[in-house]
Design a protein around this ligand. Structure first.
Ligand code: GPU
Length: 792
């Protein structure tokens, strides 16, 4: 079912048709929004057929289906992605010629669908795209948040959040399905095996088709919106209290109103538990409804269905599936047996603050029957393992441990990089691993090369195709074929020109959006990710201060010019991260205005980092900052995107950095810092921070400069907290790794002085990281976890 070609003229006719009949505008009066809608609908039309074909084939073959349950899908823009995968980007550009706006203007006009916080949500989006590319019958299930991740502004250097509003305009990529709706209950009371909820809401489906590479297959991302079961309280309405009568509707809709903005930190709020259950119950009701269209025996579910839980956020799926199966006549024991063959759980972090725990009181109040089922599951597991140490219980100290629940209910549990999976086995799940050897497997993360290379970096993508031919987009190991060409003059020149063009474009954009002038010949040194202590943006900005201090001491020295670029949001309630945001902005203001620096060093922090900004920054990067405290970053996926775009890493032996370095070669990676084992040992040394600071003249100078208020002359004490914590509670070991990081940065400078050598290193990064395609990751899940083969 390959895609039929379409000419620019045909697409142009389709756009004009939609403009007229869907938007009700004539070309003379159409706005940018109208044109974008008309183009989006015209491309969407091209997806519908493969979408139907995919569904039909799945029914016909009875293929096993994969369901990916996630509270986050960080999709970004869809227009360019659809055009890229349909192979219609050039056609779309030409179709618009002479009509009005250019295709890239339409792309720019689309708001990001920011239904996620960071890596976890973006991984879910990459997986959906790879599942479609591989022709795997799969559905994503999530929440259609009215407001995605907040927008970030800086006021006086401080982060200020404003609500995100992606649905203010119509979202052309969704199909509303008012007929697909399920009732979701909360609270109330339980009598035996029957639950009478005290409240309920409706979950209504909104479907987004996700088309794979070359438009051969399309899957559905089904997002649930919450609506009231009864739109008006009729008693109040009839009594004349019209405003109060609308309350049930407003209350119900709070459930899908807003994405919780915490990344790797759990908030513990009742509304969040309701969101989790809302999504899970709607998804499982939908999965079972579809199953019983063709099947009759619920005990065979595992032969037809594999469900992946994206972290513990949807872990209530265990008890919920049992509850739904019991309603279909299975006993508790049978239901539990089916559930544990169908469910799988991915762990994405070891950070204790991220491990979801709900008080038994809250769980018992919001989901009373599930609380009962959880206790029965705990009991069942205990009886199956009489020798089991006490502390692997699901319920401990009146708290429900969602990680243990997810583990106990899972067929397979996976970590997201080799190092992380080892640590999962050795730390959080050591006891459960001992009871269930073989259940934990590794699936190293990946990223989709369609969005992160083909779409984001057309210059490099074109060079790759010119060099090794077509087809690498869906067979990324083929990037290895670049290696013999890296020494060729022609290739080297073109590779350099592509990077340079991307840097010029970025430099122009930085100038337009921030007013800061940057030199495209400087090292573009980029750290983009959520702001978190463990990711150590603090170490990066302090090292920037060290460099500034050195330049000032020797203004005529032979310095390598650098542009330090930061991007990322802090959780609104994360005070320390917000201080770091403020410090970066304060340091930037002082350094950028310092005449002594003569433009050799610039610090740029464009606000509101998101998927679209990543697509702009990554292709223009020279140096990828992956500097987390070893043992803390489960995998990282930005690290993969940079390497793929010809950007060497400066990084620690953490997460997937370890595997990236193995593949690109140690000589093409700037390694520094303590290993995960050394980190654990160092923390045991009392006063490790003070010892490290006292041993480092550079760090002492830097901390002195910050403490003096040189970056906050209006408020000299502003950073006393940061400096004090560095001396006394440096949990993430910024001090202990500082000198090693600084030295690695000097190695970067030296390497940069040899342009040919640098470029070879950059190109080898691209050529050697084909492994990190999310297609490879999905194939791993298919073989090791889901037991599925593609239907196509
Ligand atoms: N991650 Br848990 C998030 O982005 N958010 C979360 O709530 C949790 C994990 C990230 C990890 O920090 C990152 O290392 C990993 O690459 C990513 O998930 C995808 O696995």
């Amino acid at each position: 079912m390959a895609l039929d070609g379409i000419t620019p003229q045909e697409l142009r006719d389709a756009v004009l048709w939609h403009l007229t009949y869907t938007l009700g505008k004539d070309p003379g009066h159409a706005s940018l929004y109208d044109w974008r809608m008309a183009m989006s609908f015209s491309l969407r039309d091209r997806i519908v057929e493969p979408w139907f074909d995919s569904t039909r084939l799945t029914y016909e073959t009875g293929a096993k289906r994969v369901y990916y349950l996630s509270l986050e899908f960080l999709i970004g823009k869809m227009l360019n992605d659809a055009a890229t995968n349909l192979g219609l980007r050039d056609v779309a550009e030409r179709a618009l010629e002479g009509l009005g706006p250019r295709f890239d203007e339409l792309v720019a006009d689309e708001p990001d669908a920011a239904l996620g916080n960071g890596g976890l949500g973006r991984l879910a989006a990459c997986f959906m795209e790879s599942l479609a590319t591989l022709g795997v019958p799969a559905h994503g299930y999530g929440i259609r948040y009215e407001h995605g991740l907040f927008r970030q502004r800086f006021e006086g250097g401080r982060q200020v959040e404003t609500p995100e509003d992606w649905l203010k305009q119509k979202h052309p990529w969704e199909f509303e399905r008012p007929e697909v709706a399920y009732e979701i209950g909360f609270k109330g009371s339980v009598h035996g095996d029957s639950w009478s909820p005290g409240e309920s809401v409706m979950a209504t489906a909104h479907d987004m088709p996700i088309v794979g590479w070359q438009g051969k297959w399309a899957n559905t991302l089904r997002l649930w919106a919450a609506e009231s079961t009864n739109l008006l309280d009729l008693d109040r309405f009839n009594a004349g209290d019209y405003t109060a009568a609308a309350e049930p509707e407003a209350l119900a809709r709070t459930i899908s109103r807003v994405l919780y903005p915490d990344d790797t930190t759990y908030a513990g709020k009742e509304l969040r538990l309701k969101q989790e259950y809302f999504m899970v119950s709607a998804a499982l009701q939908d999965i079972l409804r579809r199953y019983f269209v063709t099947q009759t025996d619920p005990r065979q579910l595992h032969k037809h269905v594999a469900i992946q839980l994206n972290d513990t956020h949807p872990a209530i799926a265990g008890p919920e599936l049992i509850r739904l199966l019991m309603k279909r006549g299975l006993t508790f024991e049978e239901g539990a047996g089916v559930a544990e063959r169908v469910l799988n759980y991915t762990n994405h972090t070891l950070l204790p603050e991220a491990l979801e725990r709900w008080s038994t009181w809250l769980m018992g109040n919001v989901l009373p029957q599930h609380m009962d089922l959880i206790e029965r599951l705990d009991d069942r597991h205990r009886k199956a393992h009489p020798d089991r140490p006490k502390h692997v219980g699901i319920v401990q100290n009146n708290e429900v441990h969602m990680g243990n629940l997810a583990f106990i209910m899972a067929n397979k549990v996976n970590g997201v990089s080799a190092l992380h999976t080892d640590l999962v086995k050795e730390t959080v799940f050591a006891d459960l691993h001992a009871l269930h050897p073989g259940r934990i497997v590794n699936q190293t993360n990946g990223v989709t090369p369609r969005r992160w290379l083909k779409l984001a970096n057309p210059a490099l993508a074109t060079l790759i195709t010119d060099t090794i031919g077509e087809g690498w987009e869906a067979d990324l190991d083929r990037l290895q074929e670049l290696e013999p060409h890296i020494g060729d003059n022609g290739f080297a020149t073109a590779f350099g020109a592509a990077k340079r063009a991307n840097k010029v474009a970025l430099s122009n954009w930085i100038g337009e959006t921030t007013g800061i002038a940057t030199d495209p010949d400087a090292i573009f040194d980029i750290q983009i990710k959520r702001i978190h202590e463990y990711k150590r943006q603090l170490m990066n900005i302090l090292q920037t201060v060290a460099l500034w201090h050195r330049i000032r001491q020797d203004p005529d020295g032979d310095w390598v010019p650098r542009v330090k670029i930061f991007g990322g949001k802090s959780a609104p309630g994360y005070a320390v991260a917000k201080e770091i945001v403020h410090l970066i902005n304060d340091v930037a203001a002082v350094i950028n205005a310092d005449p002594q620096v003569k433009g050799l060093l610039k610090v740029v922090y464009p606000p509101n980092y998101n998927v679209s900004m990543a697509e702009r920054l990554i292709p223009a990067a020279d140096l990828s900052e992956q500097i987390s405290t070893a043992g803390k970053e489960a995998s990282g996926t930005g690290n993969m995107k940079f390497a793929l775009n010809g950007t060497p890493t400066i990084g620690t032996l953490d997460g997937a950095n370890v595997e990236i370095r193995e593949r690109v070669g140690a000589e093409n990676f700037f390694l520094f810092g303590m290993t995960a084992d050394e980190v654990v040992a160092r923390r045991r040394i009392p006063d490790h921070a003070r010892l490290a600071i006292e041993a480092s003249q550079t760090l002492r100078d830097v901390l002195q400069i910050v403490a003096e208020g040189r970056f906050s002359p209006d408020d000299p004490d502003r950073y006393h907290g940061i400096v004090d914590r560095m001396w006394h509670h440096d949990y993430f070991l910024v001090a202990s790794d500082f000198d090693a990081f600084d030295a690695a940065q000097s190695r970067v400078d030296s390497a940069w002085r040899d342009p040919a050598g640098w470029q070879r290193m950059a190109a080898l990064n691209t050529a050697r990281v084909g492994y990190f395609s999310s297609d490879r990751t999905i194939r791993g899940y298919m073989a090791d976890i889901w037991d599925v083969t593609p239907a196509s």
